[in-house]
Design a protein around this ligand. Structure first.
Ligand code: PLP
Length: 381
């Protein structure tokens, strides 16, 4: 799996001329390739796209058309997907701590599948959606993830049975377990460890009279990064084989976020200022840390910058357009010297980028065009 959207120089120039910069370009065909890869490599697994990674409507519609399910975490995501026409049966409200309005919207829209990891959540769910189907999120430790989600979420395995019993007492349908190994996991080890823990808990639950039928193995599947090469096929093969070994008869779900959308988007941004400050070269761009590059902070992500220029590279500092000094994306980034107006292409920026962008300082969110909708009118391939 090494296909990703990468626009040519001609395409970048034409798109910038037509739409201006900054501009995000999303390929729904790449969404399709990513979905097909997951379907092929995790056959029979129900794929719940984690909407928070990139809620772009073009991506959601394409995935809906392909038969995907969706992992939603808020009232806004549930309402948006409902407006797009996605049925409630295709959504799981997978936020372990739900808001009152989130539960209200779930009830109104007919969403009845939830995850939880604490005692206090049980009566909230039971009151809002009596008899709802629930998965207990189990804590798994994974030092190899880029973003550790297990600090904040997941019940300790020792507490699992107690929580399952409480959920049953309150009339909830105890459907199974879920976990999330952390985002951008670079190895299958954490999945294997989590699967072993879940097998033990399924067996213990069976002895306690439960008939759990669903295991949700979460997200975390990596996208290509510039700092690390990961053999995603080999990694998923290990996960698939372990799932088959430990859970041959269980319905399996996965919640890929970044894998599904990371490679589908390119950013086109322009140099709007160049300076030398204290002997260092600085470039100011028209998109920044409060915009598409928000992933530098929230996702600890390092982005690849492509310049279409040749020449010896120099270390440079890259800053965004706002008047805040926090708005610096990269220090000592090696780059061919740039001038005002030069275009920069940033591939692999579909996950946790526009999703966490703000409109701080009056800079609008970077507009998004769908590559397959615009390329023909611009005479591009
Ligand atoms: C964020 C999230 C995901 C997606 O994680 P990725 O690492 O982007 O695949 C899946 N499930 C839950 C519950 C999440 O919070």
């Amino acid at each position: 799996m090494n296909s990703y959207l990468k626009l040519s120089q001609v395409a970048v120039e034409k798109l910038a001329e037509q739409y201006g910069t900054p501009l995000l370009v999303v390929s729904t065909e790449q969404v399709e390739r990513n979905y097909a890869f997951m379907e092929e490599n995790l056959p029979g697994v129900k794929l719940y796209y984690a909407v928070k990674a990139n809620p772009n409507e073009g991506i959601i519609r394409k995935l809906a058309e392909l038969g995907s399910y969706f992992d939603v975490a808020s009232d806004g995501e549930m309402q948006f997907l409902t407006e797009v026409g996605i049925e409630p049966e295709r959504m799981v409200y997978a936020n372990p701590v739900k808001t009152p309005n989130g539960l209200k919207v779930a009830k109104e829209t007919g969403i009845y599948k939830f995850t939880f990891d604490s005692e206090s959540e049980i009566s909230k769910m039971a009151k809002a959606i009596p008899g709802g189907s629930v998965l207990l999120r189990v804590r798994v430790d994974n030092p190899k993830a880029l973003v550790d989600l297990n600090k904040k979420f997941g019940a300790h395995p020792d507490d699992a049975l107690h929580l399952l019993k409480l959920a049953r007492e309150q009339g909830l349908d105890v459907a199974g377990l879920c976990f999330h190994v952390g985002s951008q996991s670079s190895s299958a080890n954490a999945y294997v460890a989590a699967l072993k823990i879940c097998r033990r808990l399924f067996d213990e639950a069976k002895l306690a009279g439960f008939n759990m039928r669903i295991l949700d193995i979460g997200g975390g599947f990596p996208i290509p990064s510039i700092t690390e090469t990961i053999d995603i096929s080999a990694m998923i093969k290990v996960i698939r084989e372990t799932v088959t070994q430990y859970f041959p008869d269980t319905e399996i779900w996965a919640e890929p976020g970044r894998f599904m959308c990371g490679t589908v988007s390119n950013l086109i941004t322009s140099v709007i200022g160049t300076q030398r400050r204290d002997g260092n070269q600085w470039y100011f761009l028209d998109d920044g840390l409060y915009g598409t590059f928000s992933g530098v902070i929230f996702d600890h992500w390092d982005f690849e910058l492509e310049t279409f220029k040749s020449g010896e590279k120099i270390p440079a500092t890259f800053a965004g357009p706002s008047c805040d000094s926090l708005d610096i994306m990269f220090f000592d980034k090696m780059i061919t010297p740039l001038d005002i107006g030069d275009l920069i292409l940033v591939p692999n920026c579909g996950a946790y980028t526009s999703a966490s962008a703000t409109v701080f300082n009056g800079f609008a969110k970077t507009p998004i065009v769908i590559w397959e909708e615009v390329k023909d009118t611009l005479g591009l391939k």
